[in-house]
Design a protein around this ligand. Structure first.
Ligand SMILES: [Zn+2]
Length: 102
């Protein structure tokens, strides 16, 4: 059985600690960077809104997204919504409302 791994979307640290994996907590950032509602506002305290929007889109796509990415029409719609988001909190709402079902 392979231990599950959590990789921090901010600093890329990987942890196998079961509690960190379960709560998506980064032991380096000391924050719940895997939890959208907590991560995007936390990121907004450190980075400009454009970076927050980019991170939000990556969360929506569930994978790292290259800058300049052009997606499907649905992805483009999310992109437009995010471009209009005035704050990290807005971006969180947009992502939570539109995240694809796994
Ligand atoms: Zn981290």
């Amino acid at each position: 059985m392979t231990a599950e791994v959590f990789q921090c979307p901010y600093c890329s640290t990987r942890t196998r600690h079961p509690q960190d994996v379960a709560s998506q907590y980064c032991p380096v950032c000391h924050w719940w960077t895997g939890v959208t509602e907590m991560y995007l506002p936390w990121l907004a305290e450190r980075e400009p809104l454009d970076v927050v929007r980019h991170a939000a889109l990556s969360i929506y796509l569930r994978e790292p997204m290259p800058v300049g990415f052009a997606g499907s029409p649905a992805d483009m719609e999310i992109r437009e919504h995010l471009a209009a988001a005035a704050s990290a909190e807005d971006a969180v709402v947009i992502i939570m409302m539109s995240r694809p079902v796994a």
